[in-house]
Design a protein around this ligand. Sequence first.
Ligand code: 5GP
Ligand code: ZN
Length: 127
Amino acid sequence: LKKIMADVSKKDDCIFCKIVNGGLKSDIVRTGKNFIAVKDISPFAEGHTLILPKQHYSTMLDIPNGLGGEMLQFVKEVVSDLTKKNLGTGFNIISNNFKSAGQVVMHAHIHVIPRKDGDGIRYFSKD
Ligand code: 5GP
Ligand code: ZN
C-alpha cells in the first residue's frame, strides 16, 4: 500500500508532473480525463507527441489496467489529429520502460511519432 501511494502521488521532482500541474511550460495539444498529450521538446519528427497520465506512475507496469482502454482511445485521437494535419501517413507508438530500455523520465508515457515514406527515422539505434 505504501508503494502504491508513493507511485500515484504527484512527485515534486518529476518534470512530467510539473507539466501536468502547469508548473512547467509545455505545448499541450490534447487534454482528456486522465491523460494529456504534449509535443516532445526534442522531436524525432514534426508532431512527435507524448501521452502522459495525469497521475504519476513510474512505468507502464504501474498504470492500472482500467486506464488501458482510455489510454488507447487517447492515442487514437492524437493520431487522428496528426493525420488531419498531414504530419504522417503512418505512426509509431513507443514506450521506454526502465533505464535499461532508455527511459529517462520516470513518469510513464507513450511516444506517438508520425511517419512518412522515406523519412529516414530509425528510432531503435545502438549508437
Ligand atoms: P524517454 O523517457 O521516453 O526515453 O524520453 C523522455 C522524452 O521526454 C524525450 O523524448 C524528451 O525529448 C522528452 N522531454 C524531456 N524533457 C521534456 C520537457 O521538459 N518537455 C517536453 N515536452 N518533453 C520533454
Ligand atoms: Zn510524474
